[in-house]
Design a protein around this ligand. Sequence first.
Ligand code: ZN
Length: 201
Amino acid sequence: MKIICIGRNYADHAEELGNQIPDDPVVFCKPDSSILQPRNPFVIPPWSKEIHHEIELLLRIGRVGKYIDKKHALSYIDAITVGIDFTARDLQKKLKEKGLPWEKSKGFDGSAAIGKWVPGSLKKKNYQITLLKNNLIIQNGNTSQFIFSIEEIISHISKFFTLKTGDVIFTGTPPGVGPITAGDQLEGHLDGKSLLSLNIR
Ligand code: ZN
């Protein structure tokens, strides 16, 4: 399976990082080795001094698709949850300045935390995504604020990458990204329901 991520999909998050609103979805991948195994803590890697949390809505692909039309896109999803796209912001800044690919700062071991899947097709149009750090809400967004809709994301990605059963899409983070430190406890909610809980070491 593969993990495909969308960057800058909430206008106010693009602004907080000083990025322009993109014309097309910003797409990058994480390898399958980036998945943080359930119940494991996230261990801050020794080579970064600035790991950021990015809470996101996650989509799981239920069947193979290529050049998927927007009007059929939702039928390719077989489960949703929330996840955290852990990002080594210090390394990402260095790589971006040099115009180099981001992979090391986004796809390192443990950088993809995936919540408990809620199986089934999408039941409604918009979802509330919330991240709590030490019981305080630090990120809160609604998918109604997406620059690119779920249908547009799936259609766009599938022009370049054949989507396969079990692939996971990270749909971008709302504003409020920030650093984590050892001892923090993170909890991700989808519409107020806790689906992800992990400790930082
Ligand atoms: Zn992200």
